[in-house]
Design a protein around this ligand. Structure first.
Ligand code: SF4
Length: 187
């Protein structure tokens, strides 16, 4: 029996790394937004980073951007349930990204928000220790200074919408990516 309580629509685009960095990256502005978040400096996938993050992107020629529009069946769902609603999509996208990262020798970018990998145990970063699961934890495009709202709108044709009250917006948008070289991966 299908228990899915949402519809998912996926859009994929490939763009050259130079153009993506030039037109969609603004580290100063987005680091400012990240500073306001309680996870700032407290999770390994979040800024600040100890190096110039642009250097991590330079070995790659292209980036594949994947966007998923998640429309909850219950349009009155409280915002606090959103993470549970999206978990199956987040798991599916993360596992495919890591698979492709390995296959292509690329660099994957996941999602903003709390890293749940360590459960109730506080992130190792809080104690100044390395991530316990570096094989699966990836930063988000936002954390590396990319404008995800413009990425979704201009590259994927998805206008991101936000909640105006305590219930879910009409749909939620997940955006992730993979920097890579060579032929476009088969997402
Ligand atoms: S896996 Fe654990 S240690 Fe690594 S970023 Fe997530 S919470 Fe922190």
């Amino acid at each position: 029996m299908d228990m899915k309580n949402y519809d998912a629509e996926e859009v994929v685009a490939v763009i050259g790394r130079d153009r993506y960095v030039r037109e969609f990256r603004d580290v100063v502005t987005f680091e400012e937004c990240c500073r306001a978040c309680p996870n700032y400096g407290k999770r390994w996938g979040c800024p600040p980073f100890d190096h110039d993050t642009l250097q991590d992107l330079l070995p790659y020629e292209k980036v594949m951007i994947i966007g998923v529009k998640v429309t909850p069946h219950d349009q009155k769902m409280p915002m606090e349930q959103v993470y549970d609603l999206m978990r199956p999509e987040l798991t599916r996208l993360n596992s495919r990204l890591l698979e492709l990262e390995k296959e292509k020798g690329g660099l994957a970018f996941g999602f903003v928000g709390k890293c749940e990998r360590c459960g109730k145990t506080p992130c190792a970063r809080v104690e100044g220790r390395p991530c316990r699961h570096p094989d699966v934890v990836r930063p988000s495009l936002e954390a590396y200074g990319f404008n995800v709202s413009e990425t979704a709108g201009k590259l994927l044709g998805i206008d991101m919408v936000w909640s105006r009250d305590l219930t879910v917006p009409k749909y939620l948008t997940l955006v992730c990516g993979l920097f890579f070289n060579g032929e476009d991966p088969n997402w």
